[in-house]
Design a protein around this ligand. Structure first.
Ligand SMILES: Nc1ncnc2c1ncn2[C@@H]1O[C@H](COP(=O)(O)OP(=O)(O)O)[C@@H](O)[C@H]1O
Ligand SMILES: [Mg+2]
Length: 363
């Protein structure tokens, strides 16, 4: 398996998610092929994200009632949480066509001008990874969003002239994994911002039941719960694990997915009960066994697991931190008490994760 962090897919922080990782959150080739079939087509089919869904529902209904295009919508959240899906739902709910492009695809302001000037009235323009657009394109977008107008520059140097071009009203849906990277003038031009959260286990179970039905996989409640618990709060990962479990169930059993089958299948793929994979566990294991729980420097930890520094920092650590298994402190990486428990090890008395030392992690 290749953990090279540069082996990136199209996602914004694909650098932080080696594409061939079973528990990686960015979409690989197989995902892209199946995802279209698994995407909910309406707000009512979209599982979870209650707040975003309710707010968006109001925005869209109000626009429909006014007979106007909707305000521009910004969706922010980690990869695999449903941003692209929601963008398509916005168009579907408005009964409007959708044009899909992404920040990195727009190198020059002219690329954006070409897209904007060919939009139909009411069309939804989905701009994925909007934080990766070039500065000149961004500035053109400000005006387009606010005034439905762009200035097309013709010619070069002192003879260049700006020709104003009217645009039909359209709805921009922007998606970003890094809302913090958006310049405030751009952020301010969105009438609605939806912050997508990681999904609770029960919500992922609903996603799984729905996907299983579409993929014609028989699964019971416990089977779905088993997969959900290993899916890192992310529907894309849940759907991917479901496909691997289905393969196992077909080859080793009669195709039916229950708790036993799901656990055995994901054991084969080395995804543990908490969704950690081999790399995550190697990092934790080194931290606990070689460095007694830390603190240890990132470079030393990376050498110990035979990986690049960036791989450990960007691929393994974010989830370990999110799960409360590892802490980044000024003195280095430190294991939490939960890390010892998760690997079934007992912390030595002086270890940062040992009982009586929890103070290290603050209150
Ligand atoms: N709320 C949801 N309900 C059901 N399926 C979902 C939901 N959110 C995401 N998915 C599924 O997860 C996959 C990834 O979603 P996507 O919209 O591509 O994520 P993002 O664009 O945020 O990376 C898709 O196959 C989609 O069907
Ligand atoms: Mg997407």
């Amino acid at each position: 398996m290749n953990w090279d962090a540069t082996d990136a897919g199209a996602d914004a922080d694909a650098g932080a998610d080696a594409g061939d990782r079973l528990v990686g959150a960015s979409a690989d080739g197989e995902d892209q092929a199946v995802e279209a079939a698994l995407r909910p087509k309406s707000l009512s089919e979209f599982v979870g994200q209650e707040r975003v869904r309710e707010q968006l529902d109001l925005v869209l209904r109000a626009a429909l009632a006014r007979g106007a295009t909707s305000d521009h919508v910004l969706l922010s959240g980690a990869p695999g949480l449903g941003k692209t899906t929601l963008a398509m739902i916005v168009a579907a709910e408005m009964g409007a066509p959708i044009r899909i492009t992404s920040g990195p695809a727009i190198q020059h302001a002219g690329d954006l001008a070409a897209i904007l000037s060919s939009l139909q009235e009411g069309e939804v323009l989905f701009l994925d990874e909007i934080h990766r657009m070039s500065r000149p394109a961004e500035e053109m977008l400000y005006m387009a969003m606010e005034d439905f107008r762009v200035d097309v520059i013709v010619g070069k140097g002192p003879g260049a002239t700006a020709i104003p071009l009217e645009l039909p009203p359209f709805t921009l849906v922007g998606a970003t994994t890094r809302a913090g990277l958006l310049p405030p003038p751009l952020r301010d031009r969105f009438g609605f911002t939806g912050h997508m959260e990681f999904y609770a286990s029960g919500e992922l179970e609903r996603v799984l039941h729905r996907s299983a039905q579409l993929l014609d996989v028989e699964i019971d409640a416990e089977g779905a719960a088993e997969i959900a618990g290993r899916s890192r709060g992310t529907p894309r990962i849940a759907n991917r694990l479901l496909r691997r479990v289905r393969d196992y169930a077909q080859v080793k059993g009669d195709g039916f997915v229950n708790r036993e089958v799901a656990a055995a299948a994901l054991g084969v793929y080395e995804v543990d009960e908490r969704g950690l994979d081999r790399l995550d566990r190697a990092v934790l294991h080194a931290l606990l066994k070689l460095f007694s729980g830390g603190p240890v420097g990132l470079s030393t930890l990376a050498v110990a697991v035979g990986e690049e520094r960036e791989t450990v920092e960007e691929v393994a650590e974010p989830f370990l931190v999110r799960e409360g298994l590892l802490a980044r402190t000024p003195r280095g990486r430190v294991a939490t008490p939960a890390a010892w428990a998760h690997l079934g090890l007992t912390a030595p008395r002086h270890a940062p994760g040992a009982s009586g030392q929890e103070g290290l992690f603050g209150a």
